[in-house]
Design a protein around this ligand. Structure first.
Ligand code: NAG
Ligand code: NAG
Ligand code: ZN
Length: 418
């Protein structure tokens, strides 16, 4: 019933925003600053900011004490709204994320779907790209960054099998994730500090390990941990100072105290048979893939569990191929984004903006009145793609880059391809 009400509200504002998924012309790129601004710390993989924690140093996390664990740097895992706000005073954040390599094909979809789109407060929408290195074109990563989207980490190799990640060592994760941060900053020529988030391949957690690496290398948040138990109401982001109440759907999950590292729980959607799905494209019982109308209602129904509930951030986690190969799903997604753009208290933002709000929660009317977030544009000087570059297993690769070409294809253990 409630969906129907929302639906009719939207249709009114829809026609001007988009017709058949065609969006207004993308805005031009910001004027790039000279690439000499390139952050020097990104040229060498720096040592950990604190000495690497040995597994023995880890303490089992204790039950969270709200008196000791306070914002902005600590938050107990809970479904409570940060700052004790009422749902109606809480901005409903929508986090759209895309995973895997960024290439010339999927970038076209990203441009069409996102560029030029605004939230109801007039600010450009945010989205987060969890980029894996293999086959990524870094010129396009630079473009996404310069459109205002957030760039985050999804490993260098994205290797199979999934079990590799479950048992990965500290050094494995350091080479896949911490080294990827300096790699992406270098080849895409984007600020090292702008890269803060991690999503592990296959959403396969590695116990305490990836969080230890994140803490040691200054990475702020993880968005790999699905919850099925805390869907309605949804779990809000929290830190790992104390024990998490979150259910562990892809064990092993962290149980140690790892201060100041944030978990952005992937609050699962509920499919048509009531089963949880961590990513929109991993639901099992979905509407017919050709049925835009039912897909739209499916998305809105999941959104309403948040919007009409405790307003925990609503994740729209998807892979581009799913939208590209299912035009009706893509059309439903566009209609959903149009809905959000027309709601005064919902905002499509990138993941680190959600965290910024959680650390310092303000009522939605104050949030709306804030000026839009800015970022420093960075250049990508024209150069032909690098290659052929010799890669792992004797394969050869081409790679677009905003920096001098490497001598071999960059890989784990050699993130700059020297
Ligand atoms: C994480 O660390 C805690 C505390 O040292 C330990 O009890 C637990 O077994 C560790 N988890 C894994 C999967 O190793
Ligand atoms: C996040 O999104 C906003 C738009 O909502 C954008 O202005 C900002 O630059 C984005 N990027 C990062 C890295 O935060
Ligand atoms: Zn992936």
């Amino acid at each position: 019933m409630r969906s129907v009400v929302l639906l009719s509200v939207v249709v009114v504002g829809l026609a001007t925003t988009a017709v058949n998924g065609q969006l207004p012309t993308p805005e031009p790129l910001q004027t790039p600053e000279p690439s000499t601004e390139y952050p020097p710390e990104a040229t060498t993989p720096g040592p950990p900011t604190t000495p690497g924690l040995e597994p023995d140093d880890l303490q089992l996390a204790e039950e969270c004490d709200e008196e000791l664990c306070k914002l902005p740097n600590c938050r107990c895992s809970s479904t409570d709204i940060p700052g004790g706000l009422l749902p109606r005073d809480t901005p409903q954040f929508v986090t759209i994320t895309f995973d895997d390599a960024v290439n010339v094909i999927n970038t076209v979809t990203y441009r069409n779907l996102l560029n030029g789109r605004k939230n109801s407060n007039g600010c450009p929408v945010g989205a987060t790209f969890y980029v894996s290195h293999e086959y990524t074109n870094y010129k396009l990563v630079n473009e996404l960054y310069n459109q205002g989207y957030e760039i985050a980490l999804h490993s260098i190799s994205h290797r199979t099998p999934q079990s590799y990640w479950a048992t990965a060592t500290y050094n494995d994760i350091k080479q896949e994730i911490a080294d990827q941060r300096v790699q992406i900053a270098h080849f895409a020529n984007i600020p090292f500090e702008s890269v803060k988030g991690v999503r592990l391949p296959f959403l396969q957690l590695s116990g305490n390990t990836s969080f230890q690496v994140m803490a040691d290398y200054g990475l702020e948040y993880d968005c790999s941990w699905p919850t099925g138990a805390f869907r309605e109401p949804g779990l809000w982001p929290y830190t790992l100072d104390y024990a998490s109440i979150q259910d562990c759907m892809t064990p092993p999950c962290p149980t140690a105290s790892i201060p100041k590292t944030w978990v952005l729980p992937m609050v699962s959607w509920t499919d048509l048979d009531g089963f949880p799905c961590a990513m929109a494209d991993s639901c099992h019982f979905t509407p017919d893939l050709d049925d835009e109308e039912v897909w739209y209602k499916f998305i809105v129904g999941n959104f309403e569990k948040h919007y009409l509930g405790n307003r925990a951030p609503f994740g729209f986690y998807i892979h581009e191929w799913y939208l590209a190969s299912n035009p009706a799903v893509q059309a439903a997604f566009v209609r959903f984004m149009n809905l959000i753009s027309n709601l005064p208290d919902a905002f499509m933002v990138n993941s680190s903006e959600v965290l910024d709000w959680v650390k310092n929660p303000i009522p939605v009317n104050e949030y709306r009145a804030k000026s839009c977030r800015t970022w420093s544009p960075t250049a990508c000087a024209f150069q032909p793609d690098c290659g052929p570059l010799e890669g792992p297993n004797g394969m050869s690769y081409w790679m677009g880059a905003c920096n001098v070409c490497p001598s071999v294809y960059p890989w784990t253990g050699n993130p700059f391809g020297m």
